[in-house]
Design a protein around this ligand. Structure first.
Ligand code: AOF
Ligand code: ZN
Length: 348
């Protein structure tokens, strides 16, 4: 049996949990019979709710899944957490075979789920579409293994890598279709992050549940700027300053300043402490530059336009470089058309 098709479906199902499962992983599950007909499917819809396997199995009576094959992108859990172990339910349901995309990196599971299944006489097939499954849960993997916030940068540029003209005009570089996709990308992240310069220049709303603003000199308008109107807001500022402004949704966090810049490493550590497991940076070339060394991923929309002016603003503008060998290298993960533009997704 070719399980890759079903694993693809698990990944699709799992994505239904984007924006809702953090800090938990994205998980989808499909249960099939001997000839490959789907008996039931499910996914992890929200943190604290049933895991994907339980969601799928509870939708159908036990006699329908006896002897079936269960496909899931993450090793079934073996622990009593917010819900009982999925491995136990799989055993209880007399599933014959379990097909897994990746082992769980959560140390309380890590192989114990697989062991439990095998000890019960269930056949386990591992690593189906492993690369895709690892990519799906890159945030969860970084959180679990490094205890750090996952960082992505989103930018929209011309063919010559510019994000605005020299006078700051940037509306619009990419088309409406590409800008619609940005909303889908934002939803995958616990928070979006931008700079005071972007708030002052564009007065954007940047709709999101959580927003992080780097405002070293406390110079944005906390009362009136659109970005502060909704969502949970974290403002980082120079710890040598003080602010008396209080808003119901704004938390001010003082941060150290290193050579005229807020300390990014400190900020990312604070965000992790605040339970922000992933952050999408949407700002100009300077801030993008400050985040490059921490970036796990870049989403770069490219419009088929050329500004052709050396003074136009670049997407990454933060240092002097002599040798090409000093460039920072990324790997292209995916290229998609959002006609007339493209989106390149890159990882480090
Ligand atoms: C999920 N959804 O579909 C699967 C998970 O906090 P708990 O008790 O819900 O447990 C979370 C852990 O369970 C998670 O870190 C991962 O190791 C495992 N599997 N979690 O939220 C799922 N299959
Ligand atoms: Zn589970």
């Amino acid at each position: 049996m070719n399980y890759e098709l079903y694993m693809k479906r698990c990944i699709e199902l799992a994505k239904g949990g984007e924006g809702k499962v953090s800090p938990n992983p994205l998980v989808g599950c499909v249960v099939i019979d001997d000839i490959g007909n789907v008996i039931t499917e499910g996914y992890h819809t929200k943190c604290g709710f049933n895991h994907a396997e339980r969601d799928a199995l509870l939708k159908t009576p036990p006699d329908k899944t006896e002897g079936a094959t269960l496909i899931v992108n993450l090793e079934p859990c073996s622990h009593f957490g917010k819900t009982p172990p999925c491995a136990d339910l799989i055993i209880e349901r007399k599933i014959k075979r379990v097909v897994i995309g990746m082992r769980d990196v959560n140390p309380i599971v890590a192989g114990n789920g697989i062991k439990k299944l095998k000890d019960a006489g269930i056949e386990v097939i591992e690593d189906v579409l492993n690369k895709e499954c690892l990519a799906l849960n890159a945030v969860f993997i970084k959180n679990m293994t490094q205890h750090k916030t996952y960082v992505a940068i989103k930018t929209a540029t011309t063919l010559d890598g510019k994000v605005a003209t020299s006078s700051g005009s940037s509306k619009w570089i990419t088309s409406a279709l590409a800008r619609e996709e940005v909303k889908t990308i934002r939803n995958r992240y616990d928070a979006i992050l931008t700079s005071a310069s972007t708030v002052l220049a564009d007065n954007p709303t940047m709709q999101h549940r959580k927003k992080v603003i780097l405002d070293r000199n406390l110079k944005t308008d906390y009362k009136n700027a659109k970005i502060y109107k909704e969502g949970e807001i974290y403002v980082f500022y120079d710890s040598n300053l003080t602010t008396t402004y209080q808003g119901p949704n704004i938390k001010f966090i003082p941060a150290p300043v290193i050579s005229d810049k807020l300390d990014i490493k400190f900020i990312l550590e604070k965000l992790y402490e605040e339970g922000i497991m992933s952050v999408l940076v949407e700002a100009g070339g300077h801030l993008n530059g400050s985040f490059i060394e921490y970036a796990d991923k870049i989403y770069q929309f490219i419009a088929p336009k050329i500004i052709g002016d050396n003074n136009a603003l670049s997407a990454y503008d933060y240092r002097k470089v002599n040798e090409i060998s000093e460039s920072i290298n990324f790997t292209i993960e995916d290229v998609k058309h959002f006609s007339p533009d493209i989106l390149i997704t890159l990882t480090k």
